[in-house]
Design a protein around this ligand. Sequence first.
Ligand code: G6P
Length: 608
Amino acid sequence: MCGIVGILGKEPVAFDVVEALKRLEYRGYDSAGVATIEGGEIRRTRAEGKLKNLDGKLREAPHQGRVGIGHTRWATHGRPTENNAHPHATDRLAVVHNGIIENFRELREELTAKGAVFVSQTDTEVVAHLVTDLMKSGLAPREAVAAALPRLHGAFALGFIFGGEDNLLIGARRGAPLAVGYGEGEMYLGSDALALAPFTDRIAYLEEGDWVVLTRDGAQYFDETNTPVTRKPQKSQAGAYLVDKGNHRHFMLKEIYEQPEVVGRTLAHYVDMSAGKVQLPFDAPVDWTKLTRLSITACGTAFLAGQIGKYWFERLAKLPVEIDIASEFRYRDAPLDDGQLMIVVSQSGETADTLATLRYAKSCGNKILSVVNVPTSTIARESDAVALTLAGPEIGVASTKAFTCQLTVLASLAIAAGRARGVLSAEREAELINALIATPGLIADALKLEEPIAALSHSLAKASDVLYLGRGTSYPLAMEGALKLKEISYIHAEGYAAGELKHGPIALIDETLPVIVLAPRDHWFEKTVSNVQEVAARGGEIVLVGPQGASEACAVATLADVTMPEVPPDFSAIVYAVPVQLIAYHTAVVMGKDVDQPRNLAKSVTVE
Ligand code: G6P
């Protein structure tokens, strides 16, 4: 959840550390800090809030150290104050940490009894004191880290520097990602390859349980039994992607506009367009014909993509689907049958609850197929097969292009399953493929609605609550719309199945409540029209997102009509995602909110 960086450089490193941290700000941004070794001593600079505060402090008093670590924080233990910001330090070492040390209370008591004085409320500080304690008993830094790691419980990644050691950086990985970058006489440590992209594209990944000792000459890796192991650097693609906003005001808007391209790219990976067939780029880990049930799990927006996928697998492949959010699934003791399939959906591939559910399903004998955006992620590596979303790095905290790419992959998988199970004829498959092939162009058409949506957002920005309605695949999309709006504008919003309206939420409707209705011309269109009339009859302010003629079909007064292009019915959600995203984006912009880094959220949630 937090971001970690370490650099062993030839010149003072503090500003390079901050540069790398900027690329990790998506992981958390409530405080940040840097520590370097200067004249043999540990020197730290930390600041509350965003990185620019830290940057400002460093400019006033630059560090000279050539070895340093840095951290951008998303608070788990202790408030986001400067005092709780990382790096944490003793007179011997400084440490940065991502994740949670579960047994920190016991360790804190034990170390306090031995005389350690704790000055923060964080779990991280116990790591600093534990390693220091071991060093005081006579161990060298690397021996002390090796001895400390087995005592730490939880999922985390760590980076250390030591007083008096100008050529030493140690990293460790237990459940949270860590990458090592190779430069010319310089070495790097980072939460992901993206952070290190300005410096090097030669990246090695620590395996689960590994720890690594870096000097300017290279890296020595050890596994959790302290046995030396080899982890070969590979050429990373992270630098190939432009990590700037281009000519857009926010990353989120840039990423919304990238969708025609990335959905097309993803589609090309799964579909033989000329043959009108799905062509999976991996061997399916199960025989689709033998499956009696499919499980899907994910969190947040990825979960809502999975919800839409459920409709497709059931309709197109006649495969019963059970879907649950990962934080529930992992603790539900759900019986899962040997040999069945679980599909895990995750942009980052690092979400802690999703990973834990994957491991639970595996322990029940399920095969795992993951739909992920980061091919080197832990979820990808622990899966039996990986279906990549080729969205490229997503920087905006609110997921947009990853979502539509997830939908694209899930649609392709559902078609593959339907074909294999004899539910879909070749003709029907070709028809569905044509519908999918049309989506990038239709997304581009939908993007042309930005101006009217921006205008309508001025009304939405005044609301204190917003209701989203939809049926069929537009129901999970309505929930995604509500989630997007909550995330970045902080307006309370709910997504409801339009047919469920009369069982409760209809009581909320009055002239102050905007009701956004997602009404593509699909199997559920006529029913949705009736629901629009129910809302209108109670004075609700309707925003109708539907095709040409939808407004006439509803025959009611609306606050606004968002007139969408005509979209083939089966995969309308991929295209209707665009107005949903633009509505949230523009409402937040009108309200002056921090769209790319909304309060309290993090892009990648590696704690439960
Ligand atoms: C966080 C992000 C969401 C994301 C969810 C799951 O809450 O803010 O945008 O949907 O995690 O993340 P994942 O990387 O597993 O898709």
